[in-house]
Design a protein around this ligand. Sequence first.
Ligand SMILES: C[S@@+](CC[C@H](N)C(=O)[O-])C[C@H]1O[C@@H](n2cnc3c(N)ncnc32)[C@H](O)[C@@H]1O
Length: 222
Amino acid sequence: MPTDLTTIPRSATAYSGVNLRLYDAFVLHFTSPRAWGCSLSDLTEMYRRHGTDDHAEIGVGSGHFVTEQTRHIDWAALSLIDPNPDALRFVSRRVSHPAVREHVGDILDRATLPTRRFKSVAANYVLHCLAPGSDVRRTAVRNLANLTADEGVMFGATVLGAEAEHNRLGRALLRRLNHMGTFGNLGDTERALLGHLSSSFRQVEIERRRTVLLFAASEPIR
Ligand SMILES: C[S@@+](CC[C@H](N)C(=O)[O-])C[C@H]1O[C@@H](n2cnc3c(N)ncnc32)[C@H](O)[C@@H]1O
């Protein structure tokens, strides 16, 4: 049955059908390096460094990174969490491993998220998709911390807003994607995101790749 896109958040509606098949080429191989300044190998390295065999993938998209990891990791648990069932089905088929569990969930709504915790939790290129606002990001990071085991790590990357050093392509895409509601990040700054991460985790590491903030956070504050 086709997914009723009116029942899922605006931030998740783009990830269906042909968009999922084009995602790797358009977003990971073209937009990320050319518009935002972050290479695919920078993102892959985050998964290599922080991913474990007990993993929750929040905002699955096309599932490129978890599929790639399946070559190195024999999953004990791999929970795919996304409000969009089309994306969940697409990635589940692509990864094709018995440990995969699909979970229709919204990172802004704790009641929809799994009650167990994971050794690694990834939210790669998810925060910039959420509706605008500091409270939204604070809630997302709090819920990510709640999914992270005491000894675990939460990591990911996010594109910063209008204040960052966008090139001409990046600025045009940023405006367009925010206008469409696919992104909600015009006001996102490194400082504000670091603040949200530090209020939910005792240990926070960040790195910059031009307009992209890479983060890894551990010791969640309960
Ligand atoms: C840009 S894609 C990122 C895909 C993948 N993580 C990657 O880095 O290639 C954003 C993903 O976040 C999901 N998403 C959007 N809003 C969400 C929310 N409120 N909670 C959880 N996931 C969400 C979208 O459905 C989509 O799968």
